[in-house]
Write a protein that binds this ligand. Structure first.
Ligand code: DX5
Ligand code: ZN
Length: 218
């Protein structure tokens, strides 16, 4: 089953719960929450207080994407705030194996994200330990960027690596996903789809979700 994880980075923060409820009611499976620190990426987004404010008000699992330096420092906090999947960037973790164990010690799913220029080899040795790999299909930091085409090859190769080892690991794709490229992203092997601007940048949030679901499920 292909899951949809709308990125609230493009939601209306003056009325966040309204947008969250709209995607929940439209039947998405996850809620993608982008945490940026202005160091690892050149932008600052949202942090624990925002998670805390929606915690308990939605049934959607929190798919938390940490684009921050020193993520280990904040893992306990995000685990406590109800993260169901906690994803760190390989580029921000010199001791990635330890960081992944740290996440899993809270009984939540561990994801590792790779920037467009980061090789799949950086996770080859710990693939068995992961619940999810997040392939960035834009350089992280901003919503509304253009999908980097070479990401398709990377998704295919990752899917090949996972299948060759007989593993069951989710492949999430994030950045520049639109209605007109989502089918080939799924075909390449992704099973969790993040979309921010394509879902929230209009007044038709529910319709946008339904259009995505129609393409994904066919
Ligand atoms: C980018 C974030 C994304 C972003 C995607 O650094 O990780 O989750 O919100 O936005 P779109 O779908 O607009 O590219
Ligand atoms: Zn993201």
């Amino acid at each position: 089953m292909i899951k949809l994880s709308p990125s609230i980075l493009s939601a209306d923060f003056s009325n966040l719960l309204k947008d969250v409820k709209a995607v929940e009611e439209a039947g998405v499976e996850l809620l993608h929450i982008d945490v940026m620190d202005g160091h690892f990426v050149p932008n600052i987004s949202l942090g624990p207080v925002v998670l805390d404010s929606i915690k308990g008000k939605t049934t959607l699992p929190f798919d938390v994407h940490l684009m921050i330096e020193n993520p280990d420092k904040y893992i306990p906090k995000f685990a406590k705030l109800g993260a169901d999947i906690l994803t760190v960037h390989a580029e921000a973790c010199p001791h990635l194996h330890r960081t992944v164990q740290n996440i899993k010690s809270y009984g939540i799913k561990a994801g590792v994200s790779l920037n467009p220029a980061t090789s799949l080899y950086s996770i080859e040795e710990i693939l068995e330990e992961l619940d999810m790999v997040l392939i960035m299909s834009v350089n992280p930091g901003f919503g509304g960027q253009k999908f980097i085409e070479s990401s398709l090859q990377k998704i295919r190769r990752l899917k090949g690596m996972i299948d060759a080892k007989g593993l069951d690991i989710d492949i999430e794709v994030d950045g520049g996903v639109k209605l007109d490229n989502v089918a080939e992203i799924v075909k390449a092997g992704a099973n969790i789809i993040v979309a921010g601007s394509a879902i929230f940048n209009s007044n038709n949030v529910k319709e946008n979700v339904l259009s995505f679901k129609e393409v994904i499920n066919n």
